[in-house]
Design a protein around this ligand. Structure first.
Ligand code: CIR
Length: 257
């Protein structure tokens, strides 16, 4: 069964980490409503949503994607790149231990799950401000025994690899080539985000549907024109926190109830 781990919005989300965005007030009530709609969208696409309790003192904890890397065989718990976020892994790891054996990374490695784009047995990892070379090395050590190839990718001027590119399905990657070295992506069809929407590469592909933020209408039209089914959803309050649509869930298969 397709399972999506999410977490409720922290009331302290206005204290979130910001790296490339200027601070703008986040409407917490609106964020909660948008997150409920996001979870509802995942359910409508056939996922069982396991929604963890909010972490009141961890402003960014709704962005669960960054705090674990889940593949069929194992869940890798990283040392997250932002020190303020590291305690998030504790309760998330506990929740994931019901579904996967856990493997923990150790300092000096740092890595955020937003830097990890898996396409089949290939795992692309962004060399970003949050993920250091030792993080890539430790993820490689964790996943190589299961037959995954871990490939480092240079990213610049954005938070994570998945801010710069995301897999759409059908061998296609939606990308802003200004932000990422696409040489490691040779062999994939690269679909460039519209120049008017440079931040639109973060999209979430589930089964045959691609979830795209509704604030990027040109990208919605582009992805539809390329033959994908698109579901546009409003994540405006999370975009103010430098989040998008991939970061608010961890999606994997599990037979466990
Ligand atoms: C952070 O800076 O860590 C959060 N404010 C945003 C994290 C977004 N994560 C993601 O896109 N994977």
């Amino acid at each position: 069964m397709l399972t999506a781990i999410t977490r409720q919005v922290s009331p302290s989300i206005n204290q979130c980490e910001l790296t490339f965005h200027a601070k703008k007030p986040i409407d917490v009530e609106k964020a909660i409503a948008q997150h409920e709609a996001y979870e509802e969208c995942l359910r409508a696409l056939g996922a069982r949503v396991v929604s963890l309790a909010a972490e009141p003192d961890l402003p960014d904890a709704v962005f669960v994607e960054d705090a674990a890397i889940v593949v069929d065989e194992v869940a890798v718990i990283p040392v997250m790149g932002a020190a303020s976020r590291r305690p998030e892994t504790e309760s998330l790891g506990r929740a994931l231990s019901a579904y996967r054996p856990l493997q923990f990374m150790d300092p000096p490695a740092t890595l955020d799950g937003g830097d990890v784009m898996r396409i089949g047995r290939r795992v692309f990892v962004g060399a970003s401000k949050r993920t250091n070379p030792e993080g890539v090395t430790q993820l490689r050590s964790a996943l190589t025994p299961y037959g995954y190839e871990v490939i480092a990718v240079d990213v610049k001027r954005c938070l994570h690899l998945k801010s710069a590119c995301c897999y759409l399905g059908e061998n296609s990657v939606l990308v802003n080539q200004e932000l990422v070295d696409v040489i490691p992506l040779a062999g994939f069809e690269l679909i460039d985000v519209p120049t008017s929407e440079p931040g639109a590469a973060n999209v979430l592909s589930i089964r045959d549907v691609v979830i795209v933020p509704s604030s990027f209408p040109q990208t919605v039209a582009l992805v539809e024109a390329r033959g994908f089914n698109v579901k546009a959803i409003d994540v405006s309050e999370f975009q103010k926190a430098e989040g998008g649509v991939t970061c608010k869930s961890i999606i994997f298969n599990s037979d466990k109830p």
